[in-house]
Design a protein around this ligand. Structure first.
Ligand code: G3H
Ligand code: 13P
Ligand code: ZN
Length: 316
């Protein structure tokens, strides 16, 4: 069942974080739904502009609708990840998305406010909620590269003004994470003090943590042992820190890179062990349950495992 992102956030705030995972293909969708049913966890399926360009929005919508039919027990929202203004409008008008993210964080503050406000007006008129972003994460975000060292953490006072002026429904905050497989290169970790200061200014308001993959060392080693050449300094968020972020208002946690690592590991190992193989369904059959197991593990760390009944009750 597709629900609104707002409904999930109201139930989750302060108790658990909703995992938001990017999908690009059928295999990811199958593993995502299978894993969340196994974990009995609600979740958010998110689609980036890159995914829309890769798989076509109609294909993605129908993959998700098919997964919904195959897993009728699933409770989830559908979200546009890192949208620009036009893509937000396309998604709002499509009637399929529960929420959109307008990412104008690379713009000066006033421009970010103006663009976000325009999107909020269009989205709210259709009952769709809006995630905005303030501050800059390190790493690569769609086509914008931001030097990790210059990554700007979200200013708590600006965050309060930004939310008041734009009317956005949730806020992606820069609290030390970055996108991709090479986080915390400057040696720092999550800034819990900054999360607490933002929450103090925005009590009860859902915060979103992007760049939340944990980049498991074991996964990197297996990929490299099977012919990969990932930098062994690859590093991510400690999964045990999600539980500390939840009481500080982090309600949505975005994970994409880790899923890509599972895909890469499974396919590299399969073709290493089967050099004569060319039936892609064979590694696909290994990937789906591996991805489902990965989702189960994340759901426990996000504290969302076992919450499906609570969510169902609250939605009645
Ligand atoms: O934060 C970005 C997500 O990982 C999506 O990546 O734009 O390559 O689809 P993508
Ligand atoms: P990761 O690169 O850490 O998986 O972050 C994904 C993300 O923030 C998607 O918006
Ligand atoms: Zn992101």
């Amino acid at each position: 069942m597709i629900v609104t992102t707002d409904q999930l956030f109201k139930i989750a705030y302060g108790k658990f974080a909703v995992g938001a995972y990017n999908i690009n293909n059928m295999e990811q969708a199958l593993g995502l739904f299978e894993g969340h049913i196994k974990a009995q966890a609600p979740f958010i399926v998110q689609i980036s502009r890159g995914a829309r360009n890769y798989a076509n929005p109609i294909m993605l919508e129908n993959i998700i609708r098919a997964a919904e039919q195959l897993y009728p027990e699933a409770i989830f929202a559908v979200h546009l990840d890192h949208g620009d203004e036009q893509t937000c409008y396309d998604c709002i008008d499509s009637g399929f998305y529960s929420s959109v993210m307008i990412d104008a964080s690379h713009e000066p503050f006033e421009e970010n406010v103006t663009i976000t406000k325009r999107v909020v007006e269009r989205a709210h008129a259709k009952g769709i909620s809006v995630e905005a972003e303030l501050g800059m994460l390190g790493g690569v975000e769609e086509d914008i590269a931001v030097d990790e060292k210059n990554a700007l953490l979200t200013d708590p006072d600006e965050a309060k003004v930004f939310v008041e002026r734009t009317g956005c429904d949730s806020l992606a905050v820069a609290i030390g994470t970055s996108h991709g497989a090479y986080k915390f290169m400057g040696g720092q970790g999550l800034h819990f003090d900054r999360m607490a200061a933002i929450q103090a200014n925005l009590p009860g308001f859902p915060l979103v943590m992007h760049g939340s993959s944990s980049v498991p060392q074991e996964e990197v080693k297996r990929i490299n042992a099977a012919g990969g050449a990932l930098d062994p300094s690859a590093k991510g968020v400690d999964v045990d820190e999600f539980a500390k972020a939840v009481p500080l208002g982090v309600t949505k946690v975005n994970i994409d890179t880790d899923g890509r690592l599972v895909w890469t590991r499974v396919h590299r190992e399969y073709f290493r062990d089967h050099p004569d193989g060319f039936d892609f369904r064979k590694p696909g059959k290994i990937f789906v349950p591996a991805y489902a197991d990965f989702i189960v593990h994340k759901s426990h760390k996000l504290l969302s495992a076992g919450k499906l009944d609570v969510v169902r009750q609250a939605l009645m």
